[in-house]
Design a protein around this ligand. Structure first.
Ligand code: AMP
Ligand code: GLY
Length: 420
């Protein structure tokens, strides 16, 4: 079989790596991929929102199945587009992807199906927003409705900060804003919970906790994710039941009442308050870097799982996991998440020790004349598995020392909640 994986991050390198272990796959294409995927796959330089070109390439190469990594093409309807041509695609369709594409869509499902989430208000303009703010309690969470690449969320301590957020959102900082969302601030601990679905059967696909802030001790600006560990320290059978019964099942019922099935990975972003789950957000894809921590612990053939999802027989597949613990630390370019330099060479990659428990997944890298250059803010993902989170992190730090990339930085405290 031939497979195409869309995307160019650490998540997609991790997916390509898992796929490369399957005996069923003869050829992997990554569109567009990165310097890491180039070692396992053929990278194809097509823009991921150019559906026509992607379609033509898939037909030309007779690709059997397409896996979509990031949210952008999903929210833009790539699954509907390719399915019209009878191409098999793993990922949710356009309606189902609104779970990530519109926070207000999701909040309305929560309201109509009694799903635990923070209280919220929606406004369409500055005037109504500011009137509401006069009597609002702080801290207050303010969100732009549209996809904003992890940005567009403000946690405001006072009315001055809230007014500024309203100005920035309606001022178009995250694209044209038709709506703004105000949310009650939930105090608890965040957890990422993953499922996979073929539209009928749902299976758990791991848990993780990530570190979104750039600074040690979870301080500073929000990022795409500086590191993660899996499984989450919060998960237990009772909590898992509540997540399925109070959040996931009613959401899928909501989609089904709109005539949509959910096929693909679903990332359930939760705030856990006293062992009670509250939905913060959905993402219609795997998390990044959560995916990089979770996939190396998968013992089953991921291609069997993708095929079962597109054929709607996931109930016939057993998903087996290793019970090892997993940590991922992200090496970033100096300056991230603000401005950072591009095209800086990374040497010493051959000094990194990789084996069946230690992995390196590239993110923002490219290969030029057999040299590796950093092109993105998040550059490399170091992963280690073991029975002890502390050992995982030590192995990773040893590899980061081996690499000794002077233009980068990483958080040394990833997983501090599970490491003494
Ligand atoms: P989102 O893009 O909706 O996931 O928000 C980004 C981050 O903001 C989340 O990962 C949380 O850390 C934080 N956040 C979002 N909504 C809330 C909330 N209602 N209460 C507390 N923190 C929140
Ligand atoms: N790690 C957060 C995300 O993938 O959105």
């Amino acid at each position: 079989m031939k497979i195409a994986i869309l995307g160019s991050g650490g998540r997609e390198h991790a997916i390509a790596f898992s796929v490369s272990k399957s005996k069923k796959i003869k050829k992997i294409y990554c569109i567009p991929g990165n310097a890491g995927t180039k070692e396992l796959a053929e990278n194809i330089n097509i823009e991921i929102n150019d559906f026509k070109k992607i379609h033509d390439f898939i037909i030309d190469k007779k690709i059997d199945i397409v896996v979509v990594g990031p949210e952008d093409p999903l929210v833009n309807g790539i699954v509907d587009y390719l399915e019209k041509f009878k191409i098999q695609v793993f990922g949710p369709n356009k309606i189902a992807s609104r779970l990530e594409g519109s926070k207000i869509f999701t909040k309305n499902i929560c309201k109509n199906y009694n799903i635990p989430t923070s209280r919220f208000e929606i406004f369409e303009n500055r005037e109504d927003s500011k009137k509401f703010l006069k009597n609002a309690e702080h801290p207050l969470v303010i969100k732009a409705d549209n996809l904003a690449a992890g940005k567009g969320v403000y946690i405001c301590k006072n009315i001055r900060e809230s007014n500024l957020a309203v100005e920035e959102i309606f001022g178009g900082k995250f694209g044209v804003a038709k709506n703004i969302l105000f949310e009650e601030f939930l105090e608890g601990e965040e957890m990422s919970f993953f499922i996979i679905s073929d539209g009928a059967t749902i299976k758990k696909f791991g848990t993780a906790q990530d570190h979104k802030r750039v600074g040690e001790g979870d301080t500073g600006k929000n990022t795409g994710g500086m590191g993660a560990y899996s499984p989450s320290r919060l998960i237990n059978d009772n909590l898992e039941k509540k997540i399925f019964n109070k959040i996931i099942h009613p959401t899928l019922k909501g989609l089904s009442d709109l005539g949509a099935k959910y096929k693909g990975f679903l990332y359930v972003g939760l705030m856990i308050v006293n062992n009670e789950p509250y939905l913060i957000e959905y993402n219609v894809r795997m998390g990044d870097p959560e995916c990089q921590t979770i996939l190396p612990t998968l013992n089953s053939d991921i291609v069997d799982i993708f095929i079962a999802c597109v054929n709607e027989n996931l109930d016939e597949v057993q998903i087996e996991w290793s019970n090892k613990k997993s940590v991922c630390v992200v090496l970033c370019s100096e300056g991230y998440p603000e401005t950072y330099k591009k095209n800086i060479e990374i040497k010493n990659l051959e000094k990194i020790k990789l084996d069946k428990n230690n992995f390196l997944f590239h993110a923002g890298t490219k290969n030029n004349d057999n040299k590796i250059f950093a092109t993105g803010g998040r550059v490399l993902n170091f992963i280690s598995l073991s029975n002890d989170f502390n050992i995982c992190r030590k192995n990773i730090h040893n590899n980061l020392d081996n690499l000794n990339w002077k233009k980068g930085f990483y958080r040394k405290d990833i997983g501090y909640k599970v490491i003494d």
